[in-house]
Design a protein around this ligand. Structure first.
Ligand code: SAM
Length: 243
């Protein structure tokens, strides 16, 4: 109840773009995305709850949340843009149901240390699916398979990331280099521990991130402050990322 009250106050205060660009906002993406104007985002890159019923992930009971955000992502994306999403192998056919975008390609992260059980034993990869709105152009040619960093939930330069499903930022950066340019605006409605924001900062892209759980929101803010350290040191300034 307290949380809902807080969100009401925040939502009525928020103004686009100043309170959104290069910010992570703690709240429900279904409410927050409504405050973003039509045709204003260069790409969506996200990692939604997959309906795997993981109790540690909000909204993971089924795919309703994903379907609801899809149409809003279509509205806020510019014409000729990409919608990029991680998705579960288990529910893959569901990704193509009521999907307003056209399928383009799949990029795989090979996880040699993968320990997730599957009907065939253990699964050793995760997939990121690239969809198109219109006819966007690739920015930089690359390949479609990358290798996960060693260590579970560990970033080599940051250490342990206290989130159930952090995605490696080196993989996100490879995707960003392929599909975005300097200063492009990337929306991640399910930003979790902030991997997309950190990758954007390191590549000079702009971002908007939403996260419903305060614990993960705070982790994302800490990671963003960590990523900003070199720039802040140079300028002597402080920057406010959270709301
Ligand atoms: C699969 S995780 C994303 C992990 C992220 N890619 C990372 O590297 O940390 C999905 C996230 O969506 C958040 N979430 C669930 N429902 C949400 C909602 N309605 N609005 C915003 N965030 C939500 C969850 O709390 C979770 O942190």
């Amino acid at each position: 109840m307290k949380m809902v009250k807080n969100r009401e106050i925040i939502y009525s205060d928020l103004k686009y773009p100043e309170d959104f660009i290069d910010k992570i906002i703690c709240g429900d993406c279904l409410d927050l995305i409504k405050l973003i104007p039509n045709n204003s985002i260069d790409i969506v890159l996200t990692d939604p709850p997959y309906g795997l019923k993981k109790e540690v992930i909000s909204g993971d009971a089924d795919l309703n949340l994903f379907y609801k955000i899809l149409s809003e992502c279509d509205r806020v994306l510019k014409d000729n843009s990409f919608f990029i999403t991680f998705f579960s192998t288990k529910f893959l056919p569901c990704l193509f149901v009521n999907n307003p975008f056209n399928y383009f390609w799949q990029i795989v992260l090979y996880c040699p240390e993968g320990r997730v059980r599957s009907p065939i034993g253990y699964t050793k990869f995760m997939s990121c699916f690239i969809f198109k709105k219109g006819e966007p152009k690739i920015i930089c040619w690359n390949k479609d398979i990358f290798v996960d960093t060693p260590g579970r939930m560990v970033e080599p330069d940051e250490g342990y990331i206290d989130h159930p499903t952090p995605k490696p930022k080196h993989f996100i950066k490879e995707i960003l280099k392929m599909f975005t340019k300097d200063n492009d605006l990337i929306l991640d409605p399910f930003i979790g521990s902030g991997s997309t924001a950190v990758a954007c900062l390191q590549l000079n892209r702009k971002f908007i991130g939403f996260e419903i759980e305060e614990k993960y929101y705070k982790i994302a803010l800490e990671r963003v402050q960590w990523a900003l350290r070199p720039a802040l040191k140079e300028s002597g300034k402080t920057i406010k990322i959270g709301r």
